[in-house]
Design a protein around this ligand. Structure first.
Ligand code: AMP
Ligand code: MG
Length: 267
């Protein structure tokens, strides 16, 4: 798999029609073996990142409802020391959050040095749900693409690597997943009748996502459009990209204190 396959060229208009949500290769059994190997590498890399305490990794997940953001987070990070990973889920802003600029609540949750931060939704909601539902005037959301690029540049310049994943599912797959939630009483809590109009807004969302991938795709904060109709392939692909990125960041254990070789632990 070439990871660049899923990373749109920077500066070019993105059309989601060019990205097949059904795409996958290999088989599930082999994928599970690969995943377990990658999870071991992720565990070791996270430990080094934490010990080094100089860089951080921010992972942003965006998708339509029921695309599998929650289960992606669960699967990818199931083997990692919870102390080094901070997951933030961004919901409808509170009154206090709305009384500030749209990045205020986001900035408080970016990962500190040594940490992996995972965003389940993010500042991109402010040019997605907000744009599609006209929650602010166009003159306000239009400027946000620039604000976002500058904000992400600030983070990158401060030692944060950024990876942005779009879980690309088809409209038919969303229907299937929503139906599963409806059929399974243990998933009812995830189902909201208020989410259903989003199905009628599907095309508006796709246009809004295309603008995000066109205007906010940079070398310091790249987007990846991950085929996500096949869940095992989605999980494997995202884990691979995260592991390869951490390998590239190459965190190092810090130099030990001088004189450790002469230390005798007192009785
Ligand atoms: P969930 O992720 O299913 O718990 O749903 C969270 C909800 O919060 C989704 O419907 C999002 O669209 C909504 N949301 C997140 N951020 C914003 C925002 N900045 N403005 C309005 N709605 C938002
Ligand atoms: Mg939901």
């Amino acid at each position: 798999m070439s990871e660049n396959l899923f990373h749109p060229p920077i500066g070019k208009q993105v059309f989601l029609a060019d990205y097949d949500p059904d795409y996958h290769e290999g088989d599930k059994k082999h994928a599970e073996e690969q995943l377990s190997d990658l999870q071991k590498r992720l565990f070791a890399l996270q430990e080094r990142l934490y010990a080094e305490n100089k860089q951080s990794l921010l992972i942003i997940l965006q998708a339509m409802d029921a695309a599998g953001k929650d289960s992606t987070i669960r699967k990818v990070f199931e083997g990692v020391n919870p102390q080094g990973v901070q997951v933030s889920s961004f919901k409808k802003p509170t009154e206090i959050e709305l009384a500030h600029d749209f990045l205020w609540r986001i900035h408080q949750r970016v990962p500190a040095k040594g940490m992996i931060g995972v965003f389940n939704r993010s500042h991109y909601e402010d040019v997605l749900v907000v744009r599609v539902n006209n929650l602010v005037p166009e003159a306000v959301w239009r400027k946000r693409y620039d604000h976002i690029n500058h904000f992400e540049r600030l983070l990158a310049d401060s030692g944060t690597r950024i990876l942005k994943f779009y879980l690309n599912i088809s409209k038919a797959e969303q229907k299937k997943q929503l139906q599963e939630r409806l059929d399974d009483p243990t998933k009812h809590w995830k189902f909201s009748i208020a989410d259903l109009p989003v199905r009628h807004q599907w095309d508006d969302y796709m246009r809004a996502f295309e603008d995000v991938f066109t205007l906010c795709n940079t070398d310091y904060a790249p987007w990846y459009i991950i085929p996500s109709n096949t869940r095992w392939y989605r999980t494997l692909t995202i884990t691979k990209i995260i592991v390869h990125t951490l390998e590239d960041m190459n965190p190092q254990y810090p130099e030990p204190e001088e004189g450790l070789d002469k230390v005798v632990i007192p009785d």
